[in-house]
Structures are given as structure tokens and as C-alpha cells.
Design a binder for this molecule. Sequence first.
Ligand SMILES: NC(=O)C1=CN([C@@H]2O[C@H](COP(=O)(O)OP(=O)(O)OC[C@H]3O[C@@H](n4cnc5c(N)ncnc54)[C@H](O)[C@@H]3O)[C@@H](O)[C@H]2O)C=CC1
Ligand SMILES: NCC(=O)COP(=O)(O)O
Length: 331
Amino acid sequence: MTLPIIAITSGEPAGIGPDIILSALQKTFMGRLVVLADPSLLAARAEELGIKANIHIIENIASLPKHVGGTIYVQPIGLAHTVTTGKLDVANAPYVLETLQVAGTKCLAGTFDAIVTPPVHKGVLCETGVHFSGHTEFFQQLTESEQVVMMLATPSLRVALATTHLPLKDVAKAITKTGLTQVIRALQQELINKFALPNPKILVCGLNPHAGEDGHLGREEIEIITPTLDALRNEGMDLIGPLPADTLFTPKYLNHCDCVLAMYHDQGLPVLKYQGFGNAVNITLGLPIIRTSVDHGTALDLAGSGNANHGSLEVAINYAIDMANNSKKVS
Ligand SMILES: NC(=O)C1=CN([C@@H]2O[C@H](COP(=O)(O)OP(=O)(O)OC[C@H]3O[C@@H](n4cnc5c(N)ncnc54)[C@H](O)[C@@H]3O)[C@@H](O)[C@H]2O)C=CC1
Ligand SMILES: NCC(=O)COP(=O)(O)O
């Protein structure tokens, strides 16, 4: 079988992206890996960390060999400024965006089979004047996808989000019957297609404390979430909820479900990160391409220190390889 080609972007160059790439790629993977980065960034960070890395520029992606620990193939993308480890520099924000643009475009064109993204710093990207709220939204726009869903997974828990990077004050109005229906349909379809779950059981969180306490603590459950779930249940979907989010995340419920749908970022992700930070994967569902990512951010405080854990990147690469192999079997 031909091994899939996985493109790994560098993430924020001042953060731990380069560190975790260098340390994770000391391992061998059953895929062909190419890093989209400035080679001088990787070489400088390798020296800072005392990591031996044979960095090669790849001319022809089709000739990329199986990844063997310690050798890194790079498709070069140039930085604007030399990076000071741990210090954001807005001049390098276009470089970060270019790595994502090249990865997404070449994945759509079939040059790459999947993309894995180390963390970017949303704030410094926004300082260029573009509104960048996350890779999820970036790749949705690039691929012109109608509905995407952010889902993070550990070996025993999957948490998907009904809304992604929204200020809390905007969350309630973003929970609509149409939006929620689209999210649940996309989630259900991807759990079937990508996770071989023929009839996934999805637990759905309420939005308000105690799922609205019969309307006394908010009416979104009564007016929006329950009618949406009822309509989708009538189509045969296995949906439980809306359940109060504070007690849904307990073994009694979690032991009998395939995925939790949280209404917003900080309702679902703290639980998942408490359970599996450092070893979880972030997957964008609903895209025509495969994109996985790490469960953590840029950790500027750890860049160049040797203390950044590459566990989540390793999981993200292995998920991308498995998903790419499965999609080749299907097509
Ligand atoms: N996939 C992505 O691109 C993501 C990007 N971010 C961005 O990262 C930036 C910083 O976000 P924070 O909330 O501070 O989260 P963070 O994950 O960067 O840091 C939170 C804490 O976890 C530690 N940490 C993070 N990754 C680690 C690793 N691999 N090994 C050991 N310790 C680790 C950090 O030192 C810090 O104490 C923000 O701009 C945020 O938007 C955050 C999450 C995901
Ligand atoms: N907390 C997850 C996160 O912010 C990553 O988002 P994205 O960049 O994958 O859209």
C-alpha cells in the first residue's frame, strides 16, 4: 500500500510548534511526512534544543520516502524575520497563514493526503488585520465547506462543539434550530464515515445551568434544543438530551455514548483536557480534506526549553495517517 503523505505546518514559529515537530519526528511513522516551514527555523530550534535532525528540502513531493525517525523533509516557506524563541512577531504572521494556505490548497489538489497543524497564536494573526479565529474556521473558508464541527478526542472520550471560537456573549444567539441541526447532521455523518460507528449515540449538553431548569434558568433548551433533537430523533438519530452539562460528564452517561456535543468551547473542552491533556487530538469534521491538530496552544513559555510534550502531535499524526488510509480504502 502507498503510504499517505501528511503535511505538517510549523505553527506559530516563536511557540512550541517547532519543538514538538523536532521531537515527535525523532520517531518513525507509517506515513510520508513533509513539514511546511522555514528550514532555518527548524535548524535553529534543533540546535537550541540539542536535537539532532537531518533536515532535507524536498523538491518532488511524490518522491517523499516513509518517515524514519530523525530525518525531516521540508517544503520551504520563508519567514519574514528571524525568530526569537518565545517572542511573538507580527511580521511573521503572514508566514503562518501561508503555511496553512499552502497545506490546504495542496491537500484539496490531492498532493497531500492530510494536514496536521501544530498550534498557532490567534491573537498575533489577528493583529495583521485578518480575522483569524481558528484553523477550523480557516479551513472551512478555504474549502468552502458549509458545515464543519470541531471535535477533540482521547481514547475514551469524544467531545464535539456546537459553536467554536465565539465570545461567550454571542453563544446563546448562535444556538439556532437550523445551526444545531446542521452541526448534528455533520457530526453524525462523520462519526459513521470516519469512525465506523453505524448508529452513533450522541449526548447533547444543555446551554444553561441545569439545562434551563424547566425554563426558569433560560429557555434555549425548551425553544431550540429539545425541538431540534426531537426532529432528528424522528429521523432515527440516537440523541440523548439536552442534559445538564455539569452531570453529563460522569461515567454513568459517558460509558454509554460515542460522543458528547457541548454547546460551546469552554463547556466541553476543559473536561476533555482534564481527562487527556497532552494525548488528545483535535479533528475538523465536515471538511473535504483531513485535518488533525494538537490539543494545546503555543505555550510560548516553554518554547526552546525542552519541556514541551509532543504526545498530542504524535497522536494527531497517527490519526491523520489512519484517516488517510481509511479514506483511500473507501474511495
Ligand atoms: N490548535 C491551535 O492552534 C491552538 C492554539 N491555541 C492558541 O495558543 C495560544 C496560547 O493559549 P493558552 O490558552 O495559553 O494555552 P496553551 O496550551 O498554549 O498553554 C496552557 C498551559 O499548558 C502548557 N502546555 C501547553 N502545551 C504543552 C505541551 N505540549 N507540553 C507541556 N505543557 C504544555 C503551557 O505551558 C501552559 O502552562 C493562544 O493564542 C491560543 O489561541 C490554543 C489551543 C489550540
Ligand atoms: N481549543 C481548541 C482550539 O482553539 C483550536 O482551534 P483550531 O485552531 O483547531 O480551530
